[in-house]
Ligand binder design. Structure first.
Ligand SMILES: [Zn+2]
Length: 268
């Protein structure tokens, strides 16, 4: 993630702030895969038509308005039109060079495999960025109206009449939509928790780690299956057993994490 604020854009210059209600996903609507092409054009005092919080390319993600500086707040962007700008962070995905627009949201595909591969990458990067944003701003990606596409924003009467980015997945015949996107964001947030637990254990005092391991051992002995399974029932029982403290981690310890902690001889 690269920070590259559009400081010359009049929207940035205005410096208005919003309370973050949700996140809106866009795609640029032109076959331009390079975020820097947009950033160079938009980072200008005369570019007063739009300003977004981020641009996503195949290999990189640029944050272009401050969104990770204060919990629950962000710079106001000009991305959705209507009232969406007053509560939503808006991020643009770039689009593959192998499509050609024929009018509105319709396009021809010159190289479908290449176009799909590109869009899969940008969509995945968007999932990861949205997961970070949900975590930072304490948003539930599956709650109604929290994550919307520009097209969905229009359907709800809070954004201008655009079809992005739904039109891109649909036009490429991809088995993907905003429901899948929201589910992927939720899954990515859980995935990050799996990474975080390692860091959490590393930061614990020996006493805290030892207490956690003892709990995990007592818990694992009481189960027919290992507690590190993420099956729903196990998750719930891990919470009841106190392995999960209600803040973080949000899942039981994994076997290798238990072993890693147990392996610290000074604890035993
Ligand atoms: Zn849009």
């Amino acid at each position: 993630m690269i920070t590259r604020y559009l400081t010359q854009n009049p929207c940035y210059q205005q410096g208005r702030k919003i309370a973050v209600k949700g996140l809106m996903l866009h795609s640029v609507g032109v076959p331009q895969p390079d975020p820097l092409v947009f950033i160079r054009i938009w980072d200008s005092p005369t570019y007063d038509r739009a300003c977004v919080h981020g641009f996503i390319g195949r290999d990189e993600c640029y944050v272009t308005l401050p969104v990770f500086e204060r919990h629950g707040a962000a710079f106001r962007g000009w991305h959705g039109g209507g009232s969406s700008n007053n509560g939503y962070i808006g991020v643009e995905m770039c689009e593959p060079s192998t499509i050609r627009y024929t009018g509105g949201a319709s396009f021809e595909v010159k190289d479908r495999a290449a176009a799909v591969a590109f869009v899969e990458k940008t969509t995945r990067r968007a999932v990861e960025l949205f997961a970070d944003l949900c975590r930072f701003h304490d948003l539930d990606p599956l709650a109604d109206g929290v994550i919307l596409s520009h097209a969905e924003g229009h359907q709800r009467g809070i954004a201008s009449n655009h079809g992005d980015p739904d039109h891109l997945w649909r036009g490429l015949g991809m088995d993907y939509d905003m429901d899948r996107f929201r589910a992927d964001v939720a899954a990515a947030m859980k995935g990050e928790e799996m990474v975080d637990i390692g860091a959490l254990i590393a930061e614990m005092t020996d006493e805290q780690a030892y207490a956690l391991v003892q709990k995990a051992q007592r818990y694992s002995e009481s189960l027919p299956e290992p507690p590190w399974s993420q099956k729903e029932g196990h998750w719930k029982r891990a919470t009841e057993a106190g392995i999960v403290d209600g803040k973080s981690p949000e899942r039981p310890m994994k076997r290798d994490e238990v072993i890693a902690v147990l392996g610290r001889k000074e604890l035993l």
